[in-house]
Design a protein around this ligand. Structure first.
Ligand SMILES: NC(=O)c1ccc[n+]([C@@H]2O[C@H](COP(=O)([O-])OP(=O)(O)OC[C@H]3O[C@@H](n4cnc5c(N)ncnc54)[C@H](OP(=O)(O)O)[C@@H]3O)[C@@H](O)[C@H]2O)c1
Length: 228
């Protein structure tokens, strides 16, 4: 792919992974434009050339389909049950919105979709969070992308605007237990949002054909620059 040819679109760009990805793609030589879908404008990117902020309402995404024209779609949407308050709301944000985005963007010509799912995603799981992530993955695979990359990070590390007790405790534990996460246990090791973003970006440039799932340890590898 020649330089500055492609357009990237990022959903969930204001989140932990989404922000890291936006910063990265703005500097990436492959993209001439980065479109971010946000609920309200992100001030620090207001005047960035090469970046277009689109204010979206995912409940009415169909009405904004003309804004969803891009080559590579990166989906970093998601919520917590604490924020969503009900399982129904959480399902809409974690499953319905990504699927709706994927469907419309595909119809508008996108050929590659990359999505942040989660470790343990399984449509048969008894755990609601794992089950809906698994469902989202399964349904995405039916949409017909040339390339669908599903990344399943373990606990995410990074600075958040809000305090999340579970994550903070997990991060402290993960740091203490880090020496145990070797060999096959490596996939459980906490991973920084920057590494997830870097991995997604590098995977997108290779554009693997079909549906490929990346566990945390595989993302760590994908994030490394290619060696000659
Ligand atoms: N946290 C972890 O340890 C962990 C581990 C594995 C996988 N994951 C998954 O990784 C993904 C990214 O996680 P993250 O921590 O980067 O997420 P995050 O910081 O919570 O960001 C979520 C993004 O989704 C957007 N969003 C949430 N509700 C929305 C709504 N109703 N309408 C429109 N946009 C909405 C947010 O926009 P606003 O800024 O407008 O709210 C934000 O841009 C999620 O799918 C998550 O489930 C997380």
């Amino acid at each position: 792919m020649a330089l500055k040819q492609k357009v990237a679109l990022i959903a969930g760009a204001s989140g932990l992974v989404g922000q890291a990805l936006t910063e990265l793609l703005l500097e990436a030589p492959e993209y001439r434009e980065v479109i971010i879908l946000v609920r309200k404008p992100v001030e620090r990117w207001q005047h960035h050339t090469g970046l277009r902020q689109v204010i979206v309402d995912y409940e009415h995404l169909e009405q904004q389909r003309h804004e969803l024209q891009a080559d590579d779609i990166y989906c970093c949407l998601g919520t917590t049950i604490r924020q969503a308050k009900t399982q129904e709301n959480m399902y809409r944000i974690d499953v319905t919105y990504p699927l709706e985005l994927a469907r419309i963007a595909r119809e508008e010509g996108a050929t590659q979709f990359l999505v942040v799912s989660a470790m343990g995603a399984d449509s048969h799981s008894r755990v609601f969070y794992s089950r809906i992530k698994g469902e989202m993955e399964q349904q995405l695979a039916q949409i017909g992308y040339e390339s669908l990359s599903i990344v399943r990070p373990s606990l995410l590390l990074g600075k958040r605007r809000e305090f999340r007790l579970g994550e903070r405790t997990g991060a402290i534990l993960a740091r203490g237990l880090a020496p145990l996460f070797i060999g096959p246990m490596n996939k459980y090791k906490a991973i920084s949002a920057e590494i997830v973003a870097e991995g997604m970006y590098r995977i997108a440039q290779r554009k693997p054909q079909g549906t490929v799932v990346y566990l945390s340890n595989q993302l760590q590898v994908a994030a490394r620059p290619a060696t000659r």
